[in-house]
Ligand binder design. Structure first.
Ligand code: GDP
Length: 460
């Protein structure tokens, strides 16, 4: 394969910036532009060594660098890889990069280093995809999941399911080839029971997708309520949380502010309907409109009420929008004398099928905050966001293939029920086997590989 290069670190002034080169000419290209004090050539140096020197353009010194030499196959791509640690200035990096290109490397495409790692068999497709997930992890759990997928946990699981299917296919095919010596009498029953077991393993993975998605992307949470109930104060309470990691997300509409916070492993993408109180007359109209938009796109609604007052018909308007939504009714301002009882506010939800939980808090003092967080965890993760060594599928492509595999296995069960000839069984078993193969990249088309890696960032 030809030799590729990229600036792998962000293009902004920083301590160091790294240029990575991979391919059969990586070392000779670097030798042309790198001068060590003793004039030693990298081509003569042992693998996995670091070299101090300068990048030069003819007689001119461009930068003072450290060069890392990693000969294949023990490298990220399994090819010869050189990494040049430059000073992190934009101009410096661009200049060194241009020298590398002018001396024979080609600028890499996004994700091309990882694509090579995959094509050269160093990682399977789940591992390759986990690299990108790891880079974009927003919470510690997402990071843990990505690193364990990168280390092959999902690959091993899929592979073991595939092996079981392959065993059944082999058994059927062998008996069809040699009916005199091998009989399938009574095998259908055993096969059906194996398939049920395999399907339940696949089900666990499919279900983990929902958890995985929430862990990876966070829970879209709308904070709604009438003006002055304390929505902004609650938002701030979350954002000021010491352990919260706050990241700004560009709001999808100009009306709402979105921010992402991670508390105790729980990532909330908070959609605030702030500004509702701005002007008295337009309040109602705009407020309701914004709330309903926010509610529509949210996975979770935090409906804020002011428990120092009685609930009123403004609360009712918002309550009417909560049907069929996961919501928590927050009774805010517990530090003030209380007017509203749980009974009372509950009665406003009468006739609603899925009633919310009621949590008392004070956004001002922070009282009840952890009850609220615990309640959200209960709603989305049965209380525990735990991560042991269970695998979490966090990628729609993988989930779709799991669903396809399960459907193909349904067909096998159907054929068994209808006493169809054995070759029917093996066709659908093969199709389940192939779908699972797509997940780990063993039966995957070039187009799909190109598509997957094109979504990677540059230099990875
Ligand atoms: P929003 O209009 O729903 O966003 O409400 P704000 O968060 O702006 O709060 C309205 C007013 O209520 C402000 O003066 C807050 O300081 C006050 N407030 C909010 N939460 C609490 C609380 O828990 N206790 C008390 N005493 N005041 C609160």
């Amino acid at each position: 394969m030809d030799t590729i290069a990229a600036i792998c670190t962000a293009l902004s002034p920083s301590g160091i910036g790294i240029i990575r080169i991979s391919g059969e000419d990586a070392i000779t290209i670097t030798d042309k532009i790198f001068k060590s004090p003793g004039n030693k050539k990298l081509s003569d140096a042992p693998t996995h060594t670091i070299h101090y020197g300068h990048i030069v353009d003819g007689d001119e010194i461009v930068d003072e660098v450290l060069v890392m030499l990693m000969r294949g196959p023990k490298s990220y791509t399994t090819e010869d890889v050189v990494e040049i640690d430059c000073h992190g200035g934009i101009l410096v990096l661009k200049k060194v990069f241009n020298l590398v290109i002018n001396n024979g490397a080609r600028p890499s495409e996004p994700g091309e280093f990882t694509k090579r790692a995959f094509l050269n068999g160093r990682v399977d497709l789940t591992g390759a995809e986990a690299v990108m997930d790891l880079i974009s992890s927003k919470s510690d759990l997402a990071r843990k999941n990505s690193i364990s997928v990168l280390n092959g946990v999902l690959y091993k699981k899929i592979k073991s399911i595939r092996d079981e299917i392959l065993f059944s296919i082999a058994k059927i095919e062998a008996a069809l080839d040699d009916p005199e010596h091998m009989s399938l009498d009574g095998y259908e029953e055993e096969l059906a029971s194996n398939i049920h077991k395999i399907q339940s393993d696949i089900d666990v993975l499919i279900k983990s997708y929902d958890n995985g998605k929430i862990i990876k992307e966070g829970i879209n949470t709308a904070i709604v309520g009438k003006p002055n109930a304390g929505k902004s104060s609650i938002l701030n309470m979350f954002l000021n949380e010491e352990r919260a990691i706050v990241t700004e997300i560009a709001g999808t509409t100009r009306d709402t502010l979105e921010e992402s916070v991670t508390i105790d492993g729980l990532t909330l993408n908070l959609i605030d309907t702030a500004g509702i109180r701005d002007s008295e007359d337009v309040v109602e109209k705009i407020g309701i409109e914004r709330s309903s938009k926010a509610i529509e796109k949210a996975d979770l609604i935090l409906f804020v009420t002011d428990s120092s007052k009685d609930p009123d018909n403004e609360d009712d308007k918002i309550i009417s929008m909560l049907e069929n939504k996961k919501s928590i009714c927050i009774m805010n301002k517990t530090d003030l004398p209380q007017e509203m009882t749980v009974q009372e506010i509950k009665s406003h939800f009468e006739g609603m099928e899925n009633k919310p939980e009621f949590i008392r808090i004070s956004a001002l003092t922070g009282e009840g905050k952890y009850n609220l967080i615990a309640e959200i965890k209960k709603m989305f993760f049965n209380g525990e966001i735990s991560f042991n060594d269970e695998v979490m599928v966090s990628n729609l492509r993988q989930k779709n293939e799991l669903v396809k595999a399960k459907e193909a296995l349904d067909k096998v069960l159907e054929s068994i029920d209808n006493a169809m000839p054995e070759d029917f069984l093996s066709i659908d078993l093969m199709s389940a086997y192939a779908s699972l193969g797509e997940i780990i990249g063993e039966e995957v088309s070039d187009d799909l590989v190109d598509k997957i890696f094109s979504e990677f960032c540059m230099g990875k």
